[in-house]
Structure formats: C-alpha cells, structure tokens
Design a protein around this ligand. Structure first.
Ligand code: PMP
Length: 398
C-alpha cells in the first residue's frame, strides 16, 4: 500500500544534531542547534518555570478539553505582552488571539485561514528565511516567493533590495517578516527601516504576517516588539505568530500564539472564528500544561519580572559571546572584517562561512555549524569560544 512513498529526507538541522550527538571528540562544539544553550551547554530550566511547574503539577486534577482557542487567560496575557499594556488597552477589542502549538502551529493555523480567504495571494518570505516558513506555507497550498533580504557582501540587510521587492508585490500579497532576531542571519532592520517598510505595506495594501520567536533576545521584550507596535499604531491589519519555545525554554510543551489585529471588533470576531475553524480541523484544541505555566508566570508581577530578567540574562550572555568571538577572530586574523558579528542580533548569525569551510570545521575541529554558515551563538561558552574563534579565523583566512 505504501510502496510508492518516497523517503522524506528529514530536516537538515535536526540531522546535524544527530551527527553532533554521534561525534566522539570530547571537545566538540554544537553551533548547529536551534535551541538556547546555557553556559554549561545545557537547555536551561528557567527559575520562573521551576517555581510554578511543581505547584501546577501537584494541583492538576482532571484534564478536560480546553476551548478550541485555548485558555482565555493565556490568550489575554500573551496579547498584552506582545502589544504592550497601553496599546493592548487601546486596540484590545479589535485584536484576537489563539493559543497555538508553538510558533509553527500558529503559522499553520494562520496560513490555513489565509488560504481560504486570500486564495490568489502569493506569500513572500525573506531570502533567506527559516526553512519551515516555505514548508508550512507550501503545505497550505501557497506559492512561496521571496524578497531580497540578506546582503552577503556586508553580512547585513540589503534594505534597498528589500524595499524595491516590497514595492513590486501585488496588492494583498502576504509578507512574512521577522520583527527581531532574524533567523537564520541575525541581520535585523533598524527602527527607521521598519518605518519605511510600514509605509510600503500600507501604500501597497500588503498583508504582513509577523513571526516573533525570539522576543527579548535582541534588546528587550518591549524593544523587540517595535515592528509589531509600529504596525499596529499605523492602523495596519496583521497576523502575528508568537513562539515561547526559546524565551521560556519550553520547547516540548509547544507554547505559542497566533494574534490577529483587524480593523474593528466585528471583523475581529469573524477573524477569531476562522482561526477556530482552522484549529478544529487541525488538532481540535491545544494542550493544557505548558500554557498554564506561562500564564502563571505572566500573571504574577514578581514571577514575570524574574522571567524578564532571565530573558535578559540569556541575551547578555549571547552578546558577551559575540564580543569574545569577534575579539578572538580579530586577534588571530586582523585583516578579516567580522564586525557584522557584533551588529547581528539574537541567537543566530550568518558568519559568511562557506559550506566547504563549515565542513572543515566539523572534520578538523569537531565544530558543528549549519552548511549555510549559520551559527547558534548560544553554543559558544567561556570554555570553547577561544577555540572556536581560532578555528573560524583559520578556515576563513586560508
Ligand atoms: N519562527 C521562527 C523564525 C523560528 O526560528 C522558529 C523556531 N525555530 C519558529 C518560528 C517555530 O517555533 P516553535 O518551535 O515554537 O514551533
């Protein structure tokens, strides 16, 4: 019956993780992983999560189905978090949210809905983007194109190219944007650049689908929301997928949200109902436990502050590692210009390493990175960053 099925090649990043685990060298370094690792190379349990999880687990009781859209408390708290309290009060009645299975689940619910009501729209993702963007939107039946984004000559954003491509898109095109901590490049827009993008989105009547998986890893929770906030303030209708996998270090709990900001309360009601219709046909309702952890933390002022501090600790550790990698490479190969490592932000960086250089790092040094040259900065630690800097300088300089 299944003899005609081809083999799914798997996700290259997950396969890289398997190769890393099988690597026998004790001083191996994992820069390929898509998860935040702490200074011991472990995926952390956050203090705020550890404080509430046992309490919630002890008090679980029966587990009935949640409403299709998930917990109302969670949805409200998350919406307030991503919009900021004042804006949330202002636009709350035309804003809706559902509790999703991670950021991926939010994207999927959103694109199923869009395919029903924007069947002729094309989807555009940044070149490059997180590979699952293309996979998810194609799975929903969309044709996925791209807009210019990364400039390999500067290792920054090709902003003129991006703007020109946005300007050339047909009205009602769906544009996937990364508000902060672009994955995979780490190259973000400045606030002025976001303002210019917003003008084009409004002028060309484009539909932005913002994907925020790293809020707080660039500058801060509020600061990293700039693109979302400015778009809402400009009166633009949008979808926003949110992931808490990294920022709460709750990968396996699958916690996220799909937020929709629309023109008025009536439109919002219909938008929410369509999100619910997508959910019902996909997985019916979300799981309970992870959402309870997040809601408990966000609802308690002290725990929420502690969580924000923890996000800050993750952010500053990654910034320190960027500094040390940059300094280590400059010391060994002063002619290399690697200043972009300092301007790129968040968990990932496009290093400019070629596939052949990545291969050399793996074979000669036991350092694992993605073929594209993407590294996960959180794989760097005080006890490996100098060795990585030396190896990078060596393969880039040769
Ligand atoms: N969007 C982006 C840009 C991501 O990097 C990720 C996670 N790698 C996601 C969405 C998905 O997040 P989740 O693991 O919560 O599904």
């Amino acid at each position: 019956m299944f003899s005609h099925l081809p083999l799914y090649a798997g996700d290259p990043i997950l396969s890289l993780q398997q190769a890393y685990l099988a690597e026998p060298r004790a001083d191996k370094v994992n820069l390929g992983i898509g998860a935040y690792q702490d200074e011991n190379g472990a995926i952390p349990t956050l203090r705020s999560v550890a404080a509430v999880r046992p309490v919630l687990a002890a008090d679980l009781g029966p587990t009935p189905y949640q409403p299709i859209a998930g917990s109302k408390q969670y949805r409200d708290l998350v919406t307030e978090l991503v919009l900021g309290s004042d804006r949330y009060r202002k636009v709350g009645e035309r804003t809706v949210a559902i509790q999703s299975l991670g950021g991926s689940g939010a994207l999927r619910v959103g694109c199923d809905l869009l395919k029903r009501y924007f069947p002729d729209s094309q989807v555009f993702i940044s070149a490059p983007s997180w590979p699952n963007h293309q996979a998810i939107f194609e799975a929903a039946g969309f044709k996925v194109g791209s807009y210019r984004y990364f400039d390999a000559t500067t290792n920054g954003v090709d902003f003129d190219g991006m703007l020109a491509d946005l300007q050339a898109m047909p009205a009602r095109s769906i544009v996937i944007l990364h508000p902060a901590c672009h994955n995979p490049t780490g190259a973000d827009l400045t606030r002025d650049q976001w303002d210019a993008v917003i003008k084009v989105i409004a002028g060309r009547n484009l539909l932005p689908f913002l994907d925020m998986a790293y809020q707080g890893f660039a500058e801060g929770i509020d600061e990293d929301g700039y693109a979302v906030h400015a778009m809402v303030d400009a009166g633009i209708s949008l979808l926003l997928s949110v992931s808490f996998s990294k920022t709460f270090s709750l990968y396996g709990e699958r916690c996220g949200a799909l937020v929709g900001v629309s023109a008025d309360a009536d439109e919002a009601k219909r938008l929410l109902s369509q999100m619910e219709m997508s959910i019902r046909a996909n997985y019916s309702s979300p799981p309970t436990f992870g959402g309870k952890i997040i809601a408990r933390v966000l609802a308690d002022a002290a725990l929420r502050q502690d969580w924000m501090d923890e996000v800050g600790e993750m952010r500053t550790r990654m910034l320190r590692m960027r500094d040390r990698l940059h300094a280590g490479m400059k010391a060994r190969a002063p002619s290399l210009n690697v200043d972009y490592l300092l301007s790129q932000r968040g968990m990932f960086s496009y290093t400019g390493l070629s596939a052949a250089q990545v291969e050399r790092l793996r074979v000669e040094h036991g350092i694992y990175a993605v073929n594209s040259g993407r590294i996960c900065v959180s794989g760097l630690r005080d006890d490996n960053v100098d060795r990585v800097a030396a190896a990078f300088a060596e393969v880039m300089h040769d």
